[in-house]
Design a protein. Structure first.
Length: 365
């Protein structure tokens, strides 16, 4: 398949994926998932625990240390109608913004009752309005919990882990048999900074054995934070990619990581990004010079990468912004060929699926 002769459009990133390849559960062991080594042609089928052997002493592996919140909450309006909130961001300990799923949206000033409401051991939330502006897609709530509990504490006590919409199994009921598995396996082993509503899934493959092997091989590790938002699952609806409005996510790059990046460049090592969220964080910093803030960077073919040399990533949804990012990184023809290989070889797709190792096409910008 050759690159399209016209400017890239949404349809260029479509492909047929058998539903049977959408992983509904994680691999029995984190590092037992498969890894498609795509640095050379033809690609090599490997197991993820082999990753340290594929990197070189002096390389720097950068992780996203965000922690997934129990951000899905169930409740009802004062009228008794059911509703569901997915908290996207905590603004202050008592104020959040959220997606709201309800048959008829309440008006600003209305109070909704979550987890049974304050009177029944849960908590209440007063709707303040839309966010970030009067026409925004999210809703701002003031939380009213017992004894002044923070939003973090209320979510931890009453919330549910927000699994991706393509994991089609029961995930919220009190008797969910998979709840314990998800609570452990939908977090990375180094998750530290709470704030995400979706996991940085490429990092789910790492266990302590792989981390120890990286250390033993002389491969440095560093971390950034990008709180993955629900927008990562929102489909692109415009055929013209220039018309797509990218969602915004908060990121932070600590001073220690900036120093590690400088050391890596000085010794001639390569920067290995674990996941597209890490790519977006590092490249946002390279574009703006800001080490913290919000980013809505939209990476499509033709983008000039300034930081990342290698990318570890899972297999993504058709027509998604993530497909566009990996195509920009490794080349459109290469990526589409890799996906055909992965489907033919029965790789597992999406959040609980397998991974691949990609090398940047071309020189750094």
């Amino acid at each position: 398949m050759s690159s399209p002769s016209h400017p890239f459009t949404l349809s260029d990133f479509d492909f047929a994926l058998p539903e049977s390849l959408i992983a509904q559960h994680p691999a029995p062991e984190r590092s037992a998932s498969r890894l498609l080594d795509a640095r050379r042609h033809p690609p090599t089928d490997r197991i993820f625990r082999e990753l340290p052997e594929l990197l070189a002493p002096g390389d720097l592996v950068v992780f996203n240390d965000t922690r997934v919140l129990k951000a899905r909450l169930f409740g009802e309006k004062a009228s008794g109608g059911r509703l569901e909130l997915l908290i996207e961001r905590v603004l202050t300990p008592g104020e959040v913004v959220a997606h709201m799923k309800v048959s008829k949206k309440p008006l600003p000033g209305a109070t909704v009752h979550l987890a049974g409401g304050l009177a029944a051991g849960g908590f209440d939330a007063r709707l303040l309005g839309r966010w970030p502006d009067a026409d925004g897609p999210l809703f701002r709530f003031e939380l009213q919990g017992p004894a002044g509990e923070s939003a973090w504490e209320l979510m931890q006590r009453h919330g549910h882990l927000p699994l991706p919409p393509y994991i089609e199994r029961q995930q919220n009921a009190a008797h969910d048999p998979d709840a314990a598995e998800d609570a452990e396996r939908y977090q990375t082993v180094f998750a530290r900074t709470p704030g995400a509503v979706a996991a940085p899934t490429a990092a789910l493959h790492f266990d302590q054995g792989v981390l120890d092997a990286l250390d033993a091989r002389g491969i440095e590790r560093a971390s950034v934070t990008l709180h993955v938002g629900a927008g990562t699952f929102q489909p692109v609806k415009t055929e013209n990619l220039a018309e797509h409005r990218m969602h915004s996510e908060w990121y932070d790059i600590p001073a220690a990581t900036l120093a590690a990046l400088e050391r890596c460049r000085a010794r001639g090592g390569r920067v290995v990004a674990v996941g597209t969220t890490t790519v977006r964080t590092l490249e946002s910093w390279a574009q703006t010079g800001r080490t913290t803030g919000d980013t809505s960077i939209f990476i499509t073919p033709g983008f000039g990468f300034r930081v990342v040399d290698l990318l570890i990533t899972n297999f993504h949804l058709p027509k998604s912004t993530l497909m566009m990012l990996v195509s920009a990184f490794a080349g459109y023809e290469q990526v589409m060929a890799l996906y055909r290989h992965a489907i033919a070889e029965q790789y597992r797709f999406f959040s609980y699926g397998d991974a691949m190792l990609l090398e940047r096409q071309g020189e750094r910008a």
